[in-house]
Design a binder for this molecule. Structure first.
Ligand code: PT1
Length: 284
């Protein structure tokens, strides 16, 4: 097993120093995203938003053409490609940032890698037919996320005997499948999948037990920004979950997360900078 501390993730032309944590800014180009649906639907608006997030300190920009929030509609491969591909190419060219593609489709992986993508972020952990081979062929790092079922139905009474152990077991099995397919261990990131086939109690227990997933020895990505696990505690709508999101950002960093997938880059960067100041303040 590789050691994650001080390691560098090679993302096509760019690299990510994983001895420190990073912010991944979310750029949804779906008309039905849960928090910013339809807002960045023109190439110009989306590029502006990417530049804004990069200037605010995002090391990665995650571009998604399929909404995977609970109950979201399915999207065809061609439509997903039409939404995502031009933007990947544009942002990879215009911004010095790792372009992450939030996709489960092998065709989208192959095409966006050709256009400059630096990371494949798959909420289905490369389980779709052909995805393992396509991802392996790109040579890009992959983020494997835990989910059960499909977004349409995943919130129908999820059940776990031990949520952290079962998520870890699933991720471990997907790592094995990746290695089998020729994806080297230094190109793997893991994600517990907050809000995916988990009720609020599952989400908080999993969050509390994040350090157990560190035992798998891979960098962890955490995505909780504006999610309903925050709304359920605070009774706040999606556009008023910033402070709740920042509270979880602090705790995710404290628990060893290396990448925070967020909507509010500028505010999360403040959290990250303060965290880093504490971390580097004295010898261990
Ligand atoms: C995530 C993630 C993602 N989340 C990764 N990719 C979404 N790697 C999309 C809610 O409960 O956490 N990690 N791509 C967005 N999905 C959701 C899920 C949005 C649940 C909202 C909720 O509100």
């Amino acid at each position: 097993m590789q050691v994650t501390a001080n390691s560098v993730l090679r993302c096509a032309q760019r690299t990510l120093d994983l001895s420190r944590a990073h912010v991944m800014g979310i750029l949804n180009v779906t008309p039905d995203s849960f928090s910013d649906g339809g807002r960045y639907n023109t190439l110009e608006a989306a590029l502006q938003r990417a530049i804004e997030m990069h200037s605010a300190g995002a090391s990665l920009i995650d571009i998604g053409g399929e909404s995977t929030r609970p109950g979201a509609a399915k999207v065809g491969v061609q439509q997903e490609l039409d939404r995502v591909a031009p933007l990947v190419e544009l942002i990879a060219r215009e911004c010095d940032v790792v372009v992450s593609v939030d996709t489960s489709s092998p065709e989208v992986m192959t095409e966006t890698a050709r256009l400059g993508a630096g990371l494949i972020n798959d909420v289905r952990a490369l389980q779709r037919e052909g995805a393992l081979a396509a991802a392996a062929a790109t040579g890009l790092p992959v983020c494997l996320m835990h989910m059960r079922g499909e977004p349409q139905t995943m919130q129908d009474e999820p059940h776990y005997a031990d949520v952290a152990a079962e998520v870890a077991e699933f991720l471990q099995a997907r790592v094995a499948a990746c290695v089998q397919a020729g994806i080297s261990t230094d190109r793997i990131i893991l994600d517990p999948g907050f809000g995916f086939a988990k009720n609020t109690q599952h989400n908080y227990e999993l969050f509390k037990r994040l350090p157990e997933l560190l035992n798998l020895q891979y960098p962890l990505l955490v995505g909780v920004s504006r999610k309903s696990m925050i709304g359920h505690i605070l009774n706040q709508p999606v556009d008023q979950r910033l402070y709740g999101s920042l509270a979880l950002a602090v705790m995710a960093l404290e628990r060893g997360a290396k990448i925070l997938r967020v909507h509010d880059v500028e505010q999360t960067m403040d959290v990250l900078k303060i965290f880093n100041a504490v971390q580097s303040s004295a010898k261990e």
